[in-house]
Design a protein around this ligand. Sequence first.
Ligand code: NAP
Length: 250
Amino acid sequence: MTHAVSGKVVAISGASRGIGAAAAREFVALGAKVVLMARSRDAIVELAGEIGDAALAVPCDVARYWEVEAAYNAAVDTFGSLDVVINNAGVIEPVARIEEADADAWGQVIDINLKGTFNGARAALPHMAANGGTIIGISSGAATNALEGWSHYCSSKAAALMLTRCLHKEMADRGIRALGLSPGTVATQMQKEIKASGVNPVSALNWEDHIPPEWPAKALAWMCTADADEYLGGDISLRDEGVRKAVGLI
Ligand code: NAP
């Protein structure tokens, strides 16, 4: 059976490694075209080269609205539409307790994790006005749990969840499917940085406790199908056994 993303154009931020790169491979395997966005030009160009004609690499800092706009314009010029956006780009460094945090560095994380998510959604809407589309944020348990040293990250993910809710409220009746994926802990560079920080219980987890990035990648593709419609306007947790079953992971 043809998958819902077959033939669709999917823009993925943070596609240079980790969950974003795994998602790009998964979507292409299902017949989609992917636009790879990240700051590391070499990494996304290499991944696009590996994938072939179904991938377009566009170097982009999601904190800069005009760069996101330009990336989407390139997507439409190359592939003819923009149907799905995965707002995956995110950072956790610098991990610091509030009393030691550098104010500018704290704000930079908000610029990427929150404003970058807004930019990714906002710039997509004109392209989705005619045919609708799906806009997915990568959320976290940190959106609803306070963790030591992560005030920037927890605040940004909590606000990004609210952004998903607002997007759903304003745009659902115009065919925009807005939802978020809370993946649990995933074996990526971000978890290496968390482990190196040694700050809170997440940093004490064993590497084997983390799921592989291919799991959230499969969940993201499933979230583009009508099977996930009951979750529109909120977060889906990949720790949920029912969701893992629906996605086909267990
Ligand atoms: P990762 O391997 O560190 O990947 C992060 C990605 O974000 C990289 O591709 C990075 O590329 C990109 N990025 C960072 N800043 C960017 C910017 N300003 N503009 C464009 N791209 C930017 O981490 P990951 O685990 O795959 O993280 C992906 C998402 O999952 C994040 O939103 C993260 O918060 C979320 N998440 C992860 C976990 C986990 O356990 N790993 C758990 C919950 C949620 P460049 O550096 O090349 O720009």
